[in-house]
Design a protein around this ligand. Structure first.
Ligand code: FDA
Length: 406
């Protein structure tokens, strides 16, 4: 946020003892603070960043895709796909929209149920800060945490500015994605300190990279986007595919990246709604003298059409090409098996897959079963949404759940 937008909430004298401490003033942490504060609990939110909700600020291209009206358990990846059901059912997209509407924030549906602010993602941050203020929650930014201990009555959090104590501790410190923005994996270390299992983490919603040979051949395509269906096993997403100078990106690739594992193949179908083979056969009948590049170029960007024809080593006019060659070309467009060499990693990943094992948490409250009073919410938990507002919906819902109990 710009400096004048940073709103510090609460007492200037640091509040040292409270009912609840929340670590992390991101989407989930602010939501939990609001809920707990509204229940009359005294709440202190600690964050090492200089501004709250930094990921909200940069999300959705600055307009924050704050929820998805179709959000349901099927849109989330987790070792236990049932875990997210309870929280998602008790705080729905409609509940968040009601809050947005109460604050007079204008929004629109872009596509596929994805809701964005008309103006700026900062409106969502201002709304959450206003709600926190109304709930009496206190926010301390720029607070480095050096340790967390269990006490007889709750938890002690040591910081550069001394100790904080509370009965309940809500950990909302996010995942590992975008380390440049302060993501540290702190929540996982804390979970391990308290004996909670942490499942292997990996970058999700991330562009995929290609090995140097393939990358060189697709280099001329960098910047080209096309509608596509990308499949990995039985999972497929129909959205845009984007060729980049590092490999493949665009919403369809980001979506499939959460399912892809090192060494796996993905299958790319460009323009999946068009019967390419039928189009090529018709083109051959109607204008045999045109080149296959031109025939394919009626549907696809010209450079992409040229690349695909050259890759199949097809030459001559349409009239010269046997139907077998046309079918091979069509398969190259709509059944292109690619083995990505890797992903761009946490540097650009929108989310972190894996994380705190949901088996260790109560799905109604997000409280650690073995450590009463300790809660984990948001991205650090092994619940990861698709691209399209689902991850914020999980942050709101899991934050709301903890706020109801802590
Ligand atoms: P989040 O990461 O938001 O917050 C964690 C907080 O904890 C931060 O404020 C951090 O400073 C603090 N923290 C971390 N370590 C700490 C420590 N050691 N001590 C103190 N504080 C600490 N999702 C979506 O639904 N719609 C969208 O449009 C987008 N767009 C998008 C764009 C980009 C570029 C990214 C990277 C991500 C998205 N996302 C998204 C995903 C979304 O941002 C993400 O799922 C949520 O921010 C997760 O919320 P949390 O509150 O769990 O973590």
């Amino acid at each position: 946020m710009e400096k004048e937008d940073v709103i510090l909430i609460g007492e200037t004298d640091l509040q040292r003892k409270s009912d609840v401490i929340v670590i992390g003033a991101g989407a989930a942490g602010m939501m939990a603070a609001i809920g707990a504060g509204k229940r009359g609990r005294s709440v202190v939110v600690l964050d090492h960043a200089r501004a709250p909700g930094e990921k909200i600020r940069i999300s959705g291209g600055g307009r924050c895709n704050f929820t998805n009206i179709h959000a349901g358990p099927k849109n989330f990846l987790s070792a236990n796909p049932h875990f997210c059901k309870s929280a998602l059912a008790r705080f729905t997209p409609a509940d968040f929209i009601a809050m947005v509407d109460r604050h007079g924030i204008a929004w629109h549906e872009k596509t596929l149920g994805q809701l964005f602010c008309d103006d700026s993602a900062k409106d969502i941050i201002r709304m959450l800060l206003a709600e926190m203020r109304m709930a009496g929650a206190v926010l301390h930014l720029g607070t480095e945490i050096s340790g967390v201990e269990k006490t007889e009555v709750g938890f002690r959090v040591s910081t550069g500015e001394g100790h904080y104590e509370a009965v309940s501790l809500i950990v909302a410190a996010g995942g590992k994605s975008i380390p440049k923005m302060g993501a540290t994996g702190f929540a996982y270390r804390l979970a391990e300190q308290f004996g909670l299992p942490v499942l292997e983490t990996r970058p999700g919603l991330v562009p995929l990279t290609l090995d140097p040979g393939l990358l060189e051949s697709i280099a001329p395509l960098a910047g080209i986007a096309a509608p596509a269906e990308i499949r990995h096993g039985r999972t497929g997403f129909r959205e845009a595919l984007l060729f980049t100078h590092r490999g493949l990106s665009g919403p369809a690739i980001l979506q499939i990246s959460s399912y892809w594992r090192e060494g796996d193949e993905i299958v790319v179908a460009i323009e999946p709604d068009i019967d390419i083979a039928a189009h090529l056969k018709t083109a051959k009948q109607l204008n045999g003298r045109q080149s296959p590049q031109t025939a394919l170029g009626d549907i696809l960007p010209k450079r992409l059409a040229q690349f695909l024809v050259e890759r199949e080593k097809i030459s001559g006019n349409m009239a010269d090409l046997p139907d077998k060659a046309l079918l091979r070309l069509a398969a190259g467009v709509q059944n292109w098996a690619v083995k990505p060499s890797g992903s761009e990693g946490y540097r650009t990943a929108e989310v972190t897959l894996g994380g705190i094992d949901t088996a260790a948490l109560d799905s109604r409250s997000m409280e650690a079963k073995a450590v009463p009073g300790l809660y984990f919410i948001g991205e650090c938990v092994d619940v990861t949404g698709w691209l399209g507002g689902y991850n914020f919906q999980w942050a709101w819902a899991s934050g709301f759940a903890a706020g109801e109990w802590a």
